[in-house]
Design a protein around this ligand. Structure first.
Ligand SMILES: C[S@@+](CC[C@H](N)C(=O)[O-])C[C@H]1O[C@@H](n2cnc3c(N)ncnc32)[C@H](O)[C@@H]1O
Length: 327
């Protein structure tokens, strides 16, 4: 069956204006997931259902795909996209950090594989009204889950200067974080900061011509706020640790991350599950679990090849790691 990504019509013709989202590192992800007919798989970050479609193709007949996304709009787009396979899917509006609870409630027993493709989708980034882009004049929102209260506007207008600077430094790895936080606080004393373009201009002015940057001056600040609004890094390590017991022995977990902060967490969690020390303490003080519950299949993270980069620049920063549960 043809996915609408592969078909001659575009997603847009089905579904009003929707930016295209090409699944990242699809071939490598499937090499490791080893989806088989009749298997049960989780796509923990369903997005527009690009990876999910290919999983569904591979698990026929008799397979089941459980798809989660915290973004209701994405979930509905994916539901439409995956309609031809509706009998083989369960799609849920959920944070993947609740996956153990979801799997317990579904009572399906152990599963064959899990895919986590972290971060935001092109759909979210490019829909101006979602407020993720410094290039838009939309409301400063950045919530993946629009049922949540806190937006980026709340953070920039309400956090103390020091906390804002910490967020911009930690999640954006921005060396001018203190200068930027001070500029935000000065600006909000005059008028509430409500629009993406307003914040982008404040950050650009604060940085001025400092540093020679190939990227927009507001890139790192926007990334930091997005991570903070969506609490993207909190509980990520626990997710891997708590989810592993739901895999069958030999079951596989594949994670794709898009920035070094995420990749570091994935790497640490995988090393811990494989029984390696992940603390910096001397051996006699180390209390890492050291039980070999899994095997790391990717000693180094894999990256996208030139052919993929030529058609999907978003794959540039992708890093893929895979793990197999031990018997
Ligand atoms: C990079 S996109 C996934 C794209 C998808 N693999 C595809 O092929 O279309 C990431 C998706 O994960 C979702 N997401 C991010 N963090 C999440 C979380 N903690 N729980 C559930 N969904 C999450 C985002 O809303 C977004 O739709």
């Amino acid at each position: 069956m043809k996915s609408i990504w592969q078909a001659d019509m575009t997603y847009n013709s089905l579904n009003s204006f929707v930016p295209e989202h090409l699944p990242v590192m699809q071939e490598k992800a499937f090499e490791f997931l080893q989806c088989k007919p009749g298997g049960t798989y989780v796509d923990a970050t369903l997005g527009m259902g690009g990876h999910a479609w290919s999983i569904l193709e591979k698990i026929q007949p008799g397979g089941l795909l459980i798809g989660l996304d915290r973004d209701k709009e994405s979930l509905e787009k994916a539901r439409l996209h995956l309609l031809p396979y509706s009998d083989s899917t369960r799609l849920l509006h959920e944070n993947f950090k609740n996956l153990p609870l979801v799997l317990n409630n579904l009572g399906l027993g152990l599963i064959d594989g899990i895919l986590v493709d972290l971060g935001v989708s092109s759909f979210q980034l490019l829909m101006p009204e979602r407020g993720f882009s410094f290039q838009s004049d939309a409301m400063l929102d950045m919530r993946m889950d629009r049922t949540q209260y806190m937006t980026a506007a709340n953070l920039v207008n309400e956090l103390p200067e020091e906390r804002l600077a910490d967020i911009i430094y930690r999640y954006g790895e921005e060396r001018y974080s203190r200068r930027i936080a001070a500029a935000i606080v000065a600006a909000r004393d005059t008028a509430r900061i409500t629009r993406c373009s307003q914040l982008a201009a404040i950050v650009s002015r604060a940085i001025g011509g400092r540093g020679s940057r190939p990227i927009h001056p507001a890139t790192r600040t926007f990334q930091a706020l997005r991570i903070a609004v969506n609490q993207e890094l909190e509980g990520l390590e626990e997710f891997f640790v708590n989810t592993l017991p739901f895999l069958k022995p030999g079951g596989r977990l594949v994670a794709i991350s898009f920035h070094s902060l995420e990749d570091r967490i994935v790497k640490r969690a995988f090393r811990m599950l494989a029984g390696h020390c992940v603390c910096d303490r001397p051996a006699d003080l180390c209390s890492c679990p050291r039980s070999e519950r899994a095997r790391v299949l990717t000693p180094r993270p894999l990256t996208a090849g030139d052919a993929e980069l030529a058609v999907n620049p978003r794959a540039r920063s992708a890093k893929l790691r895979a793990l197999e549960r031990n018997s």
